[in-house]
Design a protein around this ligand. Structure first.
Ligand code: MLT
Length: 411
């Protein structure tokens, strides 16, 4: 008899975005003539930058000759990409990293899900609520979550982030070993200032906690004083792992590439309290379970750090942020309470008349043929909210807002 990991049975039937995809498919089957606009999953619509395309074509050419062909690459990434990241994403912000502290992967989703492999199930876990569902689901799979009681896992602490507290989480009142933070935040699109983030770093240092900082959306920050990296905060290298992604920044949702930074000085502890390098543990884990990202992909990612690449990627980010600002302005003009959308490509909307997130989803799909994401799908504090992404084309964003406001004005 083969026994399964029964933790999987505790999960909801399907992952949030698979659930939504099924609902859209069902609706389309019943209404084949309807044109649906998706502002649901945060998938990008703009093509890759010309710099990435050119670099990837050149990399394919290299694969055609025996003397330039590449087989297995280093599991943790090619030095050219790891070094470009250190030089371009960190050094200009006065953060000194060694390339060996950067691990290239197929994206932040995999890394934020897999990082749990390094840690004992005895750790307590805390996260802001609502949050990217991968953090919770992966802890459930690992057996670290406890049981689901009243929509919350009883071994996970939830730090409520709603309009009532300006989406600023309160520090834990009990000792928490692992804390997930995602800023700019998915799903609320809100941010933390340096002063706010410093409180979390100070807490982690005092309590020997570890912060998993997901900075997948840092490229969308527009305002000063909003940290792009947790390592902008003094002491963070002793207490934080940072996750980044090329998905939204460079159009890599389908290509797949991201990276994780694990500073050499960052330590975990054995039961006896002996410090162990997390950088070495992750290196060990990745060399066993991961064979690296393709050479072609890594060349494409490195190209965004060229002069032309930087300019092209900036234009892409500007296009999405213009969508966000247009959508936010129009929905607010219509009278809705809209949060986020200023330093992140997500708008977080209070549902009108307090209707539930899923009810709003169903009504919007049927009446406006626009798809969004129900806030409660990101956690209990997301109930009564709804997320729209700004990643569609300007034309579709405009059309979607027209449809939504037309529908709501009739309600
Ligand atoms: C989202 O819509 O929250 C993201 O696209 C999901 C992801 O990055 O995996």
């Amino acid at each position: 008899m083969t026994r399964i990991n029964e933790n999987f049975l505790k999960l909801s039937k399907s992952y949030l975005f698979s659930n939504i995809a099924t609902k859209i498919k069902e609706y389309k089957a019943l209404h084949p003539d309807k044109e649906i606009i998706s502002l649901g999953i945060g998938d990008v619509t703009q093509p890759l930058s010309p710099a990435s395309i050119e670099a990837m074509h050149a990399a394919v050419e290299e694969m055609t000759a025996a003397d330039t062909f590449r087989g297995y690459g280093p599991e943790q990434g090619y030095p050219f990409l790891r070094e470009a990241i250190v030089e371009n994403d960190y050094r200009p912000r006065n953060i000194e990293l060694d390339a060996s502290e950067v691990f290239i992967s197929d994206g932040a989703k995999s890394d934020t899900g897999n990082i749990g492999d390094l840690f004992s199930n005895k750790n307590s876990v805390g996260l802001t609520d609502p949050i990217y569902p991968v953090y919770i689901d992966s802890n459930v799979m690992n057996g670290r979550s406890g049981d689901l009681i009243d929509q919350k896992w009883n071994n996970i602490s939830y730090y409520r982030c709603t309009a009532e507290n300006d989406f600023i989480p309160t520090l834990p009142t009990q000792k928490t070993d692992i804390i997930y933070l995602c800023y700019p935040n998915n799903p609320t699109g809100t941010v933390l200032t340096k002063a706010e983030l410093k409180k979390w770093v100070d807490y982690a240092i005092t309590n020997q906690s570890l912060i998993f900082f997901d900075a997948a959306y840092e490229a969308f920050i527009q305002e000063e004083d909003i940290p792009h990296s947790i390592y902008e905060i003094e002491g963070a290298k002793q207490c934080a792992i940072e996750f980044r992604s090329f998905s939204k920044t460079a159009g890599f949702t389908g290509i797949r590439c991201g990276y994780t930074v694990i500073p050499k000085e960052l330590k975990g502890f054995t039961e006896e309290g002996k410090p162990v390098s997390l950088n070495e543990l992750w290196h060990r884990r990745q060399t066993t379970k991961f064979n690296g990202v393709s050479y072609i992909t890594q060349r494409g990612a490195a190209a965004i750090y060229s002069k032309a690449g930087k300019e092209q990627v900036k234009q892409m980010v500007n296009l999405y942020m213009n969508n966000a600002s247009f959508m936010k302005k129009e929905l607010e003009r219509f009278g809705l309470n809209v949060y986020g959308g200023e330093n992140a490509p997500y708008l977080w909307i209070k549902t009108p008349n307090n209707i539930s997130s899923w009810e709003f989803f169903d009504q919007m799909l049927c009446n406006a043929n626009v798809v969004g994401t129900p806030g409660v799908g990101f956690g209990p504090s997301g109930e009564g909210y709804f997320r729209l992404t700004a990643f569609n084309t300007p034309e579709n964003c405009k059309k979607a807002i027209e449809r939504i406001t037309k529908w709501l004005s009739k309600v």
